[in-house]
Design a protein. Structure first.
Length: 66
């Protein structure tokens, strides 16, 4: 998909050098992948507050059932 974007050339060049990419396209693709990964990780962290904890659960008993 061809897309025209107005990007900051200095920022893009710095990202290309830091990321050791040979093309601007590679920089943008990796940046998008990292953005998506970070957003998904943030969603997972929010799930930790949604799980009910059972104070009576004994993990040692579960281990011994093998």
């Amino acid at each position: 998909m061809a897309t025209n974007l107005a990007l900051d050339d200095k920022l893009l060049e710095e990202a290309r050098i830091v990321g050791k990419h040979s093309t601007k396209k590679a920089v943008v693709n990796e940046a998008l992948a990292e953005y998506i990964q970070r957003r998904k990780q943030a969603e997972i962290i929010n799930l930790f507050h949604a799980v009910d904890y059972d104070p009576d659960y004994d993990y040692k008993t579960q281990r011994n059932k093998r």
